[in-house]
Ligand binder design. Structure first.
Ligand SMILES: Nc1ncnc2c1ncn2[C@@H]1O[C@H](COP(=O)(O)OP(=O)(O)OP(=O)(O)O)[C@@H](O)[C@H]1O
Ligand SMILES: [Mg+2]
Length: 437
């Protein structure tokens, strides 16, 4: 899919998703407002019903004895303007329960704007009651006063939400799933795209790398078939050598690609034995020194680890160190300045390969151990490779129960460290064999 098409699809889907979320929030808000309205109407209905009952009782016509004959005062000292509060309580409870209002509420009689209520059913909530919006006028009873019967609900908000709470939770969960799914899909698409780009780079690299030795071999064999060349033994030997060298190069490249399949499947086996890492490093660097010298560079050894015996597969460890040295050389555009050192750290021997080459940015450091990953910057394409070396290094070091560390700064250089468990007096070889697969 083209980048443009992808961006258009993602934008349309993103807008549609944002639209759905917006509509959901709109409906949720409306649902909450509706619940609040319904609640308000029920309270108003109950208060009006109570006032009606009070009105019907006026003149002492009803049995409850709502109005006191003389000025009745409650023991708490709050006077409810001649109303017998004990008779009001069952009246209000009946009306409230009829409209389904249960649970905690405070009611009272007061004049709007006053600083104190004339009567309140529960002390400590006077301020809230005086500010409550749930009131019903008592003007039909107290003609010249503006007294009201009011109620206040401490859990008013949760009552409005209560009925739709679980729907809201479900709605939020579904929205989160939808958004997470959307983000995950974009992420996996971009990842797949990156992998497919890496694969096509890899195939291009292989084709390019294979083409060179094949072309050289074909040219050299053509020359060998030439009767004038065949007559001279020196010339014939020269071309035969070229064919031989290029063939080995081709074989190594094929081997490298095959390693990828083997590593992928995990079908490699470790031929573990006790080996002296210092001896091995010295041997590898001898051959490598020539390469570095050719480029007027320097390769230093600083083998400080007191213990240097590990229980490992010599062939793989040799390849690992060679890969790191090869990278240190390849990614040093000027004269290579490479140091290979060892030291011990917590029962492990650490081999560090340090260069003063191009370095690796923090962003790329996260990816370079992935198979087929190569950094795409500057003139790096001139440096040949399949992006398999570090993948091989990490996989095999971990198979040996070891670790790989990297410290690098662009423009300053890189330091790759591999750490392997030391084989103290053959303890690992006897008791803690690394996983063999
Ligand atoms: N010492 C280093 N300095 C700077 N960049 C490095 C260094 N070592 C590795 N890299 C970066 O990490 C990438 C991956 O390295 P890796 O060794 O896996 O592959 P490669 O060298 O490109 O190819 P291969 O090793 O398969 O021939 C390289 O392409 C390079 O960009
Ligand atoms: Mg490499």
């Amino acid at each position: 899919m083209k980048k443009r098409t992808f961006l258009i699809i993602v934008s349309i889907t993103g807008i549609a998703l944002a639209g759905i979320i917006f509509i959901q929030f709109y409906w949720i808000r409306n649902a909450v407002l509706l619940q609040e309205e319904q609640f308000n109407s029920r309270v108003t209905l109950a208060l009006k019903g109570t006032v009606n009952q009070m009105y019907e009782c006026k003149g002492d016509t009803c049995s409850e004895g709502l109005f006191c004959k003389s000025d009745c005062r409650r023991q708490d000292g709050i006077q409810a303007s001649g109303i017998n509060i004990d008779a009001l309580k069952p009246m209000i409870q009946k009306e409230f329960s009829e409209v389904g209002l249960k649970g905690p509420y405070v009611y009272g009689i007061f004049t709007p704007g006053a600083v104190r209520a004339e009567y309140i059913s529960k002390h400590g909530f006077e301020k809230q009651l005086l500010q409550s919006k749930h009131i019903s006028s008592l003007s039909c009873i107290f003609k010249n006063d503006q007294k009201v019967l009011g109620a206040w609900f401490p859990d008013e908000r949760s009552r409005a939400f209560g009925n739709i709470f679980w729907w809201l939770v479900l709605c939020f969960i579904l929205l989160i799933v939808l958004v997470a799914g959307f983000i995950f899909n974009i992420y996996s698409f971009l990842r797949q795209k990156k992998i497919s780009e890496m694969k096509s780079d890899f195939v291009n690299n292989i084709t390019h790398e294979f083409k060179t030795p094949i072309a050289t071999i074909s040219l050299a064999s053509e020359m060998l078939l030439n009767p004038s060349v065949l007559k001279s033994e020196d010339k014939a030997r020269k071309y035969a050598n070229i064919i031989y060298d290029e063939n080995i190069r081709l074989k190594n490249q094929v081997e490298q690609v095959l390693q990828l399949t083997i590593l992928d499947r995990g079908t490699y086996s470790l031929n573990l034995e006790s080996l002296d890492l210092h001896q091995l490093i010295t041997k590898i660097t001898e051959g490598f020194q020539l390469l570095v010298n050719e480029r007027n560079g320097s390769l230093r050894l600083q083998l400080d680890s007191v213990n240097h015996t590990v229980y490992a597969d010599i062939m793989h460890i040799e390849n690992i160190i060679a890969n790191l040295l090869d990278n240190a050389n390849k990614y040093s555009p000027a004269e290579p300045d490479i140091t290979i050192s060892t030291f011990s750290r917590n029962d492990h021997i650490v081999v560090a390969v340090e260069d003063k080459g191009i370095g690796i940015s923090a962003k790329n450091q996260k990816h370079i151990f992935r198979k087929m990953y190569r950094v795409h910057t500057g003139n790096l394409h001139n440096v040949k490779g399949f992006g398999l070396g570090l993948f091989y290094v990490k996989s095999l070091i971990e198979a040996h129960n070891g670790f790989v560390y990297l410290h690098s700064e662009p423009g300053k250089g890189s330091r790759f460290e591999i750490s392997l468990p030391l084989d103290h007096l053959g303890v690992i070889s006897k008791n803690h064999k690394p996983d063999e697969s």
